[in-house]
Design a binder for this molecule. Structure first.
Ligand code: G3H
Ligand code: ZN
Length: 285
């Protein structure tokens, strides 16, 4: 069992009409929970580390942990760097050390600069065959402490998406279509017509960010319209980790953190399993 590329996993998803969940982790417990759920459900999965998480754990440790968990649970996984902004050096280190997918997010810049940075990432990643996700339009909310206000968030223009893919050669495209990062204050309103139009004009799989709090039916509607990768982060961070620590720690005798760690593994695995079932990726391996 090994780390496989995003391109490979999403090609299978396209052929068989399902989406693959992409889940943020920032420690061994939540990474273990993600891989455990993938194995138990025979599902492809994308484990993703933000730049902040890579800074905490170190890219070499992340790669070894992902490889070893993939072997231990007998399941191939994608190891992905999420939202790499203004840190091409980190992206390069992740490629060099064995990440199988990276996201370059230069979506805050104008079109030309976004293309320039994304092309650099694509060129570099091609050395190892690592896949690259880019972003066009700008997804709002809070990601790794970076706040993008709703007025800064810009929906993806379908024609720009097509041009961006042709100009950069990305393997997957993150689009701004009504989701935001973090918990929603009001239910999200996905622009399904826009997703459909982007998909009609664009040859690569679309990526839906801000999966936390999106109703299951919205996911089910978006998948046939070309969304093949769905990112979920906050739900794992808050419900899978923080709330488990908060609620369970006081019940643990002798302050044994290992008992809390096991609960975190199980809660993360439970959350990932729920998503796998909604995305239709169970029993695909
Ligand atoms: O890139 C990560 C995701 O888009 C996570 O979004 O934290 O709202 O689930 P979320
Ligand atoms: Zn995101």
């Amino acid at each position: 069992m090994a780390l496989v590329t995003l391109k490979y996993v999403l090609e299978n998803a396209r052929k068989n009409k399902y989406a693959v969940g992409s889940f943020n982790f920032f420690g061994l417990e939540n990474l273990r929970g993600i891989v455990k759920a993938a194995s138990e459900n025979k599902s492809p999965v994308i484990a993703m580390a933000s730049t902040g998480a890579v800074k905490v754990m170190g890219e070499k440790v992340v790669v070894v942990a992902a490889e070893k968990l993939s072997e231990e649970y007998g399941v191939d996984i994608v190891l992905h760097l999420d939202h790499c902004k203004d840190d091409l050096e980190m992206l390069k280190r992740c490629v060099d050390n064995g990440f199988t997918s990276v996201m370059i997010d230069a979506s805050a810049y104008d079109y030309e600069e976004n293309v320039r940075q994304t092309r650099l990432a694509v060129e570099y990643a091609s050395r190892t065959g690592c896949s690259v996700e880019g972003e066009i339009g700008h997804i709002g909310g809070v990601e790794d402490e970076i706040v993008v206000s709703e007025c800064e968030a810009l929906f993806t223009v379908p024609e720009d998406a097509a041009r961006f893919v042709a100009d950069t050669g990305v393997d997957a495209l993150a689009v701004a279509v009504g989701t935001v990062h973090g918990f929603y204050k009001l239910p999200p309103k996905l622009d399904f017509d826009r997703i459909k139009k982007i998909h009609e004009l664009t040859p690569v799989p679309l990526v839906l960010h801000g999966g936390t709090g999106v109703p299951d039916d919205d996911f089910r509607k978006a998948i046939p319209l070309g969304v093949l990768k769905i990112n979920v982060g906050t739900e794992l961070k808050v419900n899978g980790y923080f709330n488990v620590m908060k609620d369970f720690t006081p019940q643990v005798k002798n302050s044994d953190p290992r008992k809390v760690a096991l609960k975190i593994v199980d809660k993360c695995s439970e959350i990932v399993t729920e998503k796998i079932n909604v995305f239709g990726s169970a029993d695909r391996l």
